[in-house]
Design a protein around this ligand. Sequence first.
Ligand SMILES: *Cc1c(COP(=O)(O)O)cnc(C)c1O
Length: 426
Amino acid sequence: MTLTDIQQRDAQDPLRPLRDLFDLPPGMIYLDGNSLGALPRAVPARMAEVLAREWGRDLIQSWNSAGWFDLPARVGDKIAPLIGARAGEVVATDTTSINLYKALSAALNLAAQDAPSRRTIVSERSNFPTDLYIAEALCRERGGTLKLVESHQIAASLGDDVAVLMLTHVNYRTGAMHDMAAVTRAAHAAGARVVWDLAHSAGAVPVDLHGADADFAVGCGYKYLNGGPGAPAFVWVHPRHVDRCWQPLAGWWGHAAPFAFTPDYQPAAGITRYQCGTQPIVSLSALDCALDVFAEAEKLGGMTALRAKSLALTDLFIESVEQLCPGAFTLVTPLEHAQRGSQVCLTPTEQLPAGSAYAIVQALIARGVVGDFRAGDAEQPDILRFGFTPLYLSYENVRLSAQTLREVLLNKEYELPEFNRKRAVT
Ligand SMILES: *Cc1c(COP(=O)(O)O)cnc(C)c1O
């Protein structure tokens, strides 16, 4: 594709107006919306209002007058249509790690009720570490077993000891995406329930939790939902399960009547019981405002249009890197559309010095193309990760990123010492 072709695609992009809803630094191409989403333009003014008026002037009354008390549910209702959940089924609260603890624990409680011999949690070895740590801690606490397998072993691992299959829908390091409906069907046929982590899916790829008949789901507010650093995460539980058991962090915000101040715990009906303590209203307000971008996207074709553009962007990046940096990288992300999330991961071949991915990413960042580095596994230890957010990226951005990558390689910028110093956050 020539530059003219690419510019034509941008001119015809139905989602082009969405880019103006974001405040991106001039000259930067931001390929890290899968790690920290960009700032929606409307958020700073909304934050100023929350601080100055709701907190500063109205103080304690704002729990009622500004609707602070219901905010986790209202934000949940904005997330619900993006993940195939219904109104009233999602709350935005706590972190992904904490919500996973609650959901996994509840899933184990359901198994304890109807199949007490099932005490194993199965997950993928390549899952995001916090998911594995939380599962490991729960198994220690409850005397269960955590079984880690490779992707192709999942179906075979679902024996009659398995209570829960815990998977991340789109893998953070490879961008590979599971077929949620097929995997859930296989787990149910084997007598297990499924907890899905949608951290790299919500707002990035269409998700249909009800269509897939999923059991539990959690996800992240600060990645593709653009809620800001450390934004509240979300949790969904299928209505057939939600009232069947407590979640373990039974704080007063999950009580049926928190302001009755009774000494005993009565869980609220539905997903409200998944709240624990007083909610982070300031960050919830940022996420609430950020989600309005998706209401605008809905008018232009919604998740279907976003998905089509995301695939076109990642296709173009893959093709451009092959063309402009021939033989330099192996593609880690699946080529097959049905198996690809909204990111592209590359690992350097032997054409490049071993361990050069980190420095290549740093050199790219210095040139205004922001991706990130992730330590891989034994097979592919060194990964360059690029997230493609269809809300604000153009086709020209993608082409320019591949050209910049080519220049970094041609100039061997990865050899410079300043790009080889590792910082705390990669
Ligand atoms: C980003 C991410 C998390 C983050 O969890 P926090 O509790 O917000 O730190 C969890 N799981 C997956 C799969 C992620 O990609």
